[in-house]
Design a protein around this ligand. Sequence first.
Ligand code: HEC
Length: 246
Amino acid sequence: MRGVWRKAGPAAALAMLVMASGCKKQESAKGPAPKGYGAAVTEVSGGKQAGFVGSVLDQPLVVQVNDAQGNPVAGALVTFAAGGKAEVTPAEGLTGDDGQLTVACQLGGEAGRYRITATTRDKQGKAAALELDEIALGYQENLGRQLNEKYCSRCHNQESTAERVSNYDNLATKPHSFSDGAFYNAMSDADITAMIQYGGAARHQPAEMPSYGGTLNKAEVEALVAYVRAIADPPHRQKGMVYARQ
Ligand code: HEC
């Protein structure tokens, strides 16, 4: 039975749970009745993703409800709230046997950061919340993201994907991940631009950093800088890149 539910997806599983419980009242605005209660919500995966404005994020958000001892709690109700017209689907649900709940997130139509809050309650009604930030990229920043995937991430991203094998481990000097705000926020736009245009060797830096002056035009280099600024963690203080309007 569980296998069937899993294949049918969380929404169908939820509907079946409500049906199986045979209680119409549980379909009220309050959502499904919890069968378990936890003391904390933690992130399993899906936070700090960047996507084009208005798009559904590539990865789902997965959260886990734990009891006070840190053990996963099944059947706990998690309610999501999203700022700035982002949307979480489903907006609430019960955790599975592993204590986890998986939802999809669609970004709002304005570039900036969106805060998603996942809340669960213990038996006494005391709330525990988790905040996740997601990043909506405007047109220029999204162009930067695409250029990064094409030219840069094989060295600047440690992780390999199906389409791209990371070259990171082969490099004598490890480049920084572009989301490393602690590092890049201290670099000026001019310095980042020069590094991209002229490469490492011309700047007495590791020659493994190629020069892209002949490959990328000015607008493309600017798009890459905008992308680095947009995904910085901690955030880069820049006009327009604060939280999207609530
Ligand atoms: C072949 C590997 C490789 C590729 C591809 C690559 N880089 Fe680098 N990059 C490096 C290395 C190595 C450094 C030096 C790291 C250091 O000194 O800390 C570096 C340094 C940098 C720096 C200076 C800050 C830092 O991380 O140290 C910037 C900015 C940068 N790269 C941007 C880019 C951009 C943008 C692209 C794509 C257009 C790109 N890189 C592609 C290897 C690469």
